[in-house]
Design a protein around this ligand. Sequence first.
Ligand SMILES: *Cc1c(COP(=O)(O)O)cnc(C)c1O
Length: 468
Amino acid sequence: MKGLHDANMIAVDGDWRARDLAVLWHPCTQMREHPDALPLLPVARGEGAWLVGHDGQRVLDGVSSWWTNLHGHAEPRIAEAIARQARTLEQVILAGFSHAPAVELAERLLALAPREARRAPLSKVFYADNGSSGVEVALKMAFHWFHNRGIKGRTKFIALGNSYHGETLGALSVGDIPLYRRVYAPLLLDVLFAPSPDAFGASDEDTAIRCADAAADALAELLAAHPDAVCALILEPLVQCAGGMRMHHPHYLRRARALCDAHGVFLIADEIAVGFGRTGTLFACEQAGIQPDLLCLSKGLTGGFLPLCAVLATQQIYDGFLDDSRERAFLHSHSYSGNPLACAAALASLAIFESDDVLARNRVTATRMAALAAPLKAYPAVREIRQTGMIVAIELQPEPDNHDDGHAVEIAGRRGLRMYRKALEAGVLLRPLGDVLYWMPPYCIDDAQLALLATTTAAVLEEACPCA
Ligand SMILES: *Cc1c(COP(=O)(O)O)cnc(C)c1O
């Protein structure tokens, strides 16, 4: 066996770069770009907002490791909670069996969930084990609920332009990022798209509200044009993250909520990226004062430690599946649904929100981020700087020779790669989305680290200047 191994590998023990490239196929990556155009950084450990390479290189995690990390890498309280749980119960089938972490987490999430006074609260939690799977759950539940009531014609979903909901075929169907979906178009569901309420370029709040109203009017028309055909509207409240950190006014969410009610359509809020304090409130829906019928939570749910997704549903939806027939039940499962380790991590993360008053600290950090970002507006390469809570997006002038036509695709185009490499050399992980550089750091980021983020971004912008 050893000989066979050796024949396949030029690498030696400890040469993680070469060993990796010999065996791994990385996510969201054109592997041809490794290792020359795109450096590969094997990480030995994490420490707060830092990632530490095997060679000792320290990299500030400006993107919270794909928007998952909240309180810092290897956060000891979460690590300890997972270790304690692992010594007690690591995994158990969640059909016919239950365990304390799954129950406690569901109780906590339901107590914290966005709430409208005049609406029955979200009252049931269904676990999946990653964001895309959770989106599939929400889509299937919405459709199946109508089906169970004998309404067979509501087979359509409405999604928003520029949206992103994950990569599995159902989730990809309700996404609108061309480079991710184009190839698979023949396989995807026939989804209705309403325009994004994106307030890009809006100079003041009134203009942002007008953008929201225009998009909501178009949504109203779409709903009217497809009477009794739609089962759910799915959207990312406040920030379309993968779509280039495009932000909209909460006014849109209120109008979308009202339109869903008027047409008897479920509202699915995908807070997979924006949930858990990212936008300034625990959940983005709170800023619009709305409550969805289905709420998808993942990414930061476990503080960024383990994959888990929670889909919160109303009693009305839950009750629609209660019957003597198995077929009316929601026969959806994932092997690791409600994994105890992941639930324990999530509970530990939620405890940190309380003990460390994370939302209050984030408000201070967000103000600091705004102050550091403001001077960057002076760079000729910068078109717009926008912010929602702990997300700052720096939109650059479009790159003339970008073959991905500026769509928000990670480190796409030559400029994107150049900026990514330049930032890495300076010790900061920034992964531009098309023409958008953004900061989405772990909440534990301190002032010195924020300053490094800002000076590195300035250096990167220098490089990105179209006149350079
Ligand atoms: C990341 C993301 C998903 C998909 O989650 P995965 O765990 O990567 O499958 C879905 N929706 C939104 C808004 C996301 O940002």
